[in-house]
Every structure is written in C-alpha cells, then in structure tokens.
Design a binder for this molecule. Structure first.
Ligand SMILES: [Zn+2]
Length: 274
C-alpha cells in the first residue's frame, strides 16, 4: 500500500477562520469581516493505492471556482472570505491520469471527509467509483439548507448516488466511532467531529506508520498540537484534536490535513507527530 498526495490548486481564507480567536464577537462575523487574509494554502487530496483497489480521499477543487457565476457571490462567505486559485490541469482527474491512474476506471472508492467545495469540487471525475459520505453530513450539505451553510450541492454531479455511512460505536484506539474501508482493516474511517458536525477522517496504516488523512480537523499541525480549533467549527473540535494527539502517542502518526503547507515535508520525510 502507498499513500500519494495530489495538490489541486490553492485557497486563501481569513486568519480568523484558520485559528479561532478570543472575544465576544461571533466567530462567523470575524471570519467574514476579518481584515487579515492568511497566506495562500494548498488544497490536498489523497490516493491510497491498496491491494483491494485504489481509494481516493477527498477530490480537491475545480478550476470552475475561477469562472464567472460558479460561486454564489450572493453568499457572504463567497463574497468576502474565500478565494481560489485552481487551473484546469490542477484538478484531480488530469493529475491522476498523469500518474497512470484513470479516474473513470481505476478508482474503486472515493471517501469524502466532508462536503465543502474544496473537498467535493473534483467529484465529477469519478462517475464509476463508489462514493462514500457520512449520512448526516450529506443531509446537512444538501438542498437550500446546505447552500445557505456554504456548501454547493447544485454543483455536485447529477449522477451522484453516494453510499451513506453511519459510523458504529466501534472503538479504534482513541476514536469512539469507526468503520473499516478495506477488508484487512488497514484503512479505517473514524469520526472526527468539529470542523463540521459529522466530519470524518481516514487513517491508513502502512508498515506500522499511520497516515492520518485529516481533512479539515485543523488547518495546520501546529494548531492541532496547541489544541486550537478553527474559527468555524463546533464545540467538539477541541475533543477531536485531543483524540488525534492521543492517537499519535499510541501510534507513529503522520498528520496530513488538507491545507497545511508543511504536508510535503511531512509525507516525504515520514515525519511523525512527536
Ligand atoms: Zn471544510
């Protein structure tokens, strides 16, 4: 089994979204009207090359975010608080083809950590894969309710008919809910609520090393280790960060969130949380 990273362009958000700040102003107002933009961050997606078939975790973003009318600019978040830089060749489909993987034929499963556009924006490349989504997350992201919450359900492919999962109360080390993705149990989905209420992460064990494909549990490893949640998540974020840190004390863990600029060093040097 091998873990490969794919960067599907860049995103820029406000400092107040990356790191929750103190004070009485509601967090969402700070995110929308915060004056300080963070640096451009990468948007990562993952390939798990497993004996039972290729699994993709998150699908990154589409270049269409840069075309007129694609993003709902009437929505305050898209009007004020996020910018994308994605070229057509940055999308996950063309990048997989370059790696010798045909997204339409060779990818058995796609797991989405959650449905925010920078994770679901490349879904259209996988019409023949099993798409695995947490059931409540799918509900929360669908329809008008989803659109108002900042998801883009009207941009999902028409053919989307996901396998909706509910994680059972099966403990996997420090995580109280989990489910295997592969028969050998080397690829697991765990519940990591916080960034969104039903966020999930994928852990892949390769030769005793645990690759923690974290989605948006935190934007950086620094914030994970400091136990600082992001500026938009739920109260459960802090407990999830603790679960991940405790997990890393039990198992050598390479922490790979979707937007951490230090991901390449970490994966190339097999740098574990210490
Ligand atoms: Zn997100």
């Amino acid at each position: 089994m091998k873990i490969l990273k794919i960067q599907t362009g860049k995103v820029r958000i406000k400092e107040n979204q990356i790191t929750k700040s103190k004070g009485f102003t509601p967090q969402m107002l700070k995110v929308l009207f915060g004056k300080k933009w963070a640096d451009w961050s990468p948007i990562y997606a993952w390939v798990i090359d497993h004996e039972e078939g290729i699994i993709v975790v998150d699908t990154g973003e589409t270049y269409k975010t840069g075309t007129k009318g694609y993003l709902p600019k009437w929505h305050p978040y898209y009007a004020l608080a996020v910018e994308f830089d994605v070229k057509q060749e940055d999308e996950i489909g063309p990048q997989l083809l370059k790696m010798g993987i045909d997204p339409k034929k060779d990818v058995k499963k796609v797991v989405l950590t959650h449905l925010h556009t920078d994770h679901a924006g490349g879904l259209h490349h996988f019409p023949n894969s099993e798409i695995i989504i947490e059931k409540k997350e799918f509900g929360n992201a669908s329809g008008l309710k989803g659109l108002l919450a900042g998801y883009l359900p009207h941009r999902w492919p028409k053919w989307l008919d996901p396998t909706l999962i509910e994680l059972p109360n099966d403990r996997y080390f420090t995580f109280s809910k989990s489910m295997p993705v592969t028969k050998d149990g080397k690829v697991m989905i765990v519940a990591t609520p916080g960034h969104v209420a039903n966020h999930i992460s994928v852990i892949a064990e390769v030769d005793g090393l645990y690759y923690f494909l974290a989605g948006d549990t935190s934007y950086t490893q620094e914030n994970l280790l400091n136990g600082i949640p992001d500026g938009i998540g739920t109260k459960e974020s802090v407990d999830t960060l603790k679960d991940i840190v405790l997990f890393s004390k039990l198992n050598p863990t390479i922490y790979l969130p979707s937007h951490d600029p230090l991901v390449p060093n970490r994966i190339d040097n097999k740098e574990t949380i210490s």
